[in-house]
Write a protein that binds this ligand. Structure first.
Ligand code: GLU
Length: 310
């Protein structure tokens, strides 16, 4: 296991990246299908790096809250693996989808078993699995406790307006849920599971909080040990292969580190043994991943030389 190279000047690296991103002419467009997120100012950009040695570096809008959306799928997967272990994989696969995050086509072809836990139907199955027999508020409470413990910060909450906005416009996710229910791959009512899922996606965090919360996936002696070491490896493997939907191969090629994106414009990136990195910029690329966020972590990986490929 390697630790962060003390020679690297993270302050200079972040300042350079923030300056480039703040001046970038092409910023992408905020997610339009969740009205509460549609009009967010795409000029915002923030980044935070929480190193395995305890140091934290931030740049830009690192203390502004944003909707973590699908980054939440990493935390629910951690809870589900802790609770169900390998049994989870009877209900969801571990392969890249090569299709958009909300595609129904593949789900039909594969008879209600989603390709992986990070596309929407896969994440709905994960939420459905951790709900089993519990009230949504209990599961959301457990999720918030997990995230707050990981971040060592209790000031992390759900934005009810975003949750409501997505619930009111959640027909597509409801359709995916009903489709899986028709195939016997759902244990709760689609409305109950989708409602819980919309609330988990509406968790708000700052880039600093998100970077802190990702440290349980870094591994290493000083990082929070919230899940077993082998689960840390497995979640990182899934983030690398499936964390950016049909843009996962491109992200792995450009950045070379496991990451999970959300349509709120956030990305959590893990440099195993070294750091947890969070970046946020609300403008999205054609895959629904942050346009400048991806560019920023690509620059960061180039500057540090960090990659899981040596
Ligand atoms: N709540 C969003 C949805 O289900 C999450 C998608 C994302 O962040 O990629 O559509």
């Amino acid at each position: 296991m390697s630790i962060a190279n003390p020679e690297l000047d993270f302050r200079v690296i972040l300042d350079q990246i923030c300056a480039e991103m703040q001046a970038a002419p092409h910023r992408g467009e905020a997610a339009q299908y969740i009205p509460e997120l549609a009009s967010i100012d795409t000029n915002q950009f923030g980044m935070a790096v929480a190193l395995a040695d305890g140091r934290v570096f931030v740049g830009g809008d690192a203390d502004r809250r944003f909707s973590i959306q699908s980054v939440s799928k990493v935390f629910t997967l951690a809870l589900a693996l802790g609770r169900l272990g390998e049994d989870l994989w009877r209900r969801v696969g571990r392969e890249p989808s090569g299709l958009p995050f909300n595609s129904i086509m593949q789900l039909e072809h594969e008879e209600g078993i989603p390709r992986n836990p990070f596309i929407n139907p896969g994440a709905l199955v994960v939420t459905d699995a951790i709900l089993a027999g519990h009230a949504p508020r209990e599961v959301l409470g457990e999720l918030l406790r997990f995230v707050r413990a990981a971040a060592e910060d209790d000031d992390i909450h759900i934005d009810e307006a975003v949750a409501r906005s997505e619930t009111e416009h959640g027909d597509r996710n409801m359709a995916l849920a009903h489709f899986m229910a028709a195939h016997g791959n759902f244990r709760n009512s689609p409305a109950l599971t989708c409602g819980t899922y919309f609330h988990q996606c509406a968790i708000e965090m700052t880039p600093r909080q998100l970077a802190m919360s990702g440290r349980f996936l870094v591994g290493g002696p000083n990082m929070p040990g919230l899940i077993a070491r082998d689960q840390v490896r497995r979640i990182n493997a899934l983030m690398l292969t499936c964390g950016h939907y049909d843009g996962s191969g491109d992200f792995a090629y450009r950045v070379g580190l496991p990451g999970k994106s959300g349509v709120g414009g956030g990305i959590l990136v893990i440099a195993p043994g070294r750091a947890s990195i969070a970046v946020w910029s609300p403008g999205l690329n054609q895959y629904g991943n942050s346009h400048l966020g991806t560019l920023a972590v690509e620059r960061f990986a180039q500057a540090t030389g960090w990659s899981v490929f040596g």
